[in-house]
Design a binder for this molecule. Sequence first.
Ligand SMILES: *Cc1c(COP(=O)(O)O)cnc(C)c1O
Length: 368
Amino acid sequence: MSQPKTESPPWVHALAPYVPGKPIEDLERELGITDIIKLASNENPHGPSPKAIEAMAAAARGVSIYPDPGAFKLKAALAEKLGVPVGRVLVSNGSNELITLLVRAFATPEQNVVASQYGFVAYKVVSGAAGVEFREVPALGLDADIDGIIAACDADTRIVFLANPNNPTGQYTARADVERLLAEVPEHVLVVLDEAYVEYVTADACPDGLTLLGQRDNLVLLRTFSKAYALAGCRVGYAVAPEYVVERVNRIREPFNVNLLGQAGARAAVADEGHLARCVSANTEVRAALYAGLDALGVEYWPSETNFVLMRSPSDAAAVNEALLRRGIIVRPMGAYGLGDCLRVTVGTAAQNDRFLAALRGVMEEGA
Ligand SMILES: *Cc1c(COP(=O)(O)O)cnc(C)c1O
């Protein structure tokens, strides 16, 4: 690395770069093997709606023109589907961008953001990048400690983030606890419920944030097209937020933050409810098969309301991860989350799931 001539702020020095799921191309290059499956980033293995693919192919002819900076048609489609006023919808370059925009729009380095231990890692990374104090509230087991989160808020708290269901644990905070959070966090604090996996939820006790909008003015719901809608490569996320939050975020966002192909693909995906429903029911089915397979191997795991499962590695997690990579299977080690003895595996297709379970069995039999 070259010597810096220009110094960054101390909080940039303190950041460790984010380690994403290993790309298939990297493993192909490293091992010289093909037929690799990636179960590391909670992508939807069934792919996007064919109508979304068609819409993007048609839109591709128009990419010499900047996209609609207000994403009028996409926001209208979302508002109609969600039953909220269009003035409460924000769209973004993946919901990760909205996490960044919310922190930048509302918090200074003198203020703080609160979230749970084992919560989604972006809250910490984004706060760190903005030099904002990040208060990580110790979890109860793997669950968010709602009373601890409420107690951690003070006059300088600007945002509480809660992913529900949560990544990487797959577990959820039940309705009564979310309602207590909304009622008891001080009014000046924006509560952000990150519902990246909401489409996959089957448990009745896990609330749909849309049913909570009446319970608190200062509430933002974050959602994404990256998971159940299978458009991760397009980078489209959205939020339902109070109008003043929409207005503040619009002041600082880049004018063309959602690209033209993403807008077209997401609009078509919203309209194809059948495809979404088929992906969700396939996920529920294969997730049950994954549980059964892990049970048969005697591997401990945590039941999940998402399209991934957190499991306790049968032996040293780094070694098991490496042994799975040699067999062409990419899962996600959890060291960055402080869960160094765990692996997170995305629910794939039935065939991918069979291959993962066979590989895991092989690793356990041969020793990692
Ligand atoms: C995947 C994920 C996101 C971000 O996804 P984008 O691709 O940026 O939309 C946000 N929150 C959680 C909890 C996630 O798992």
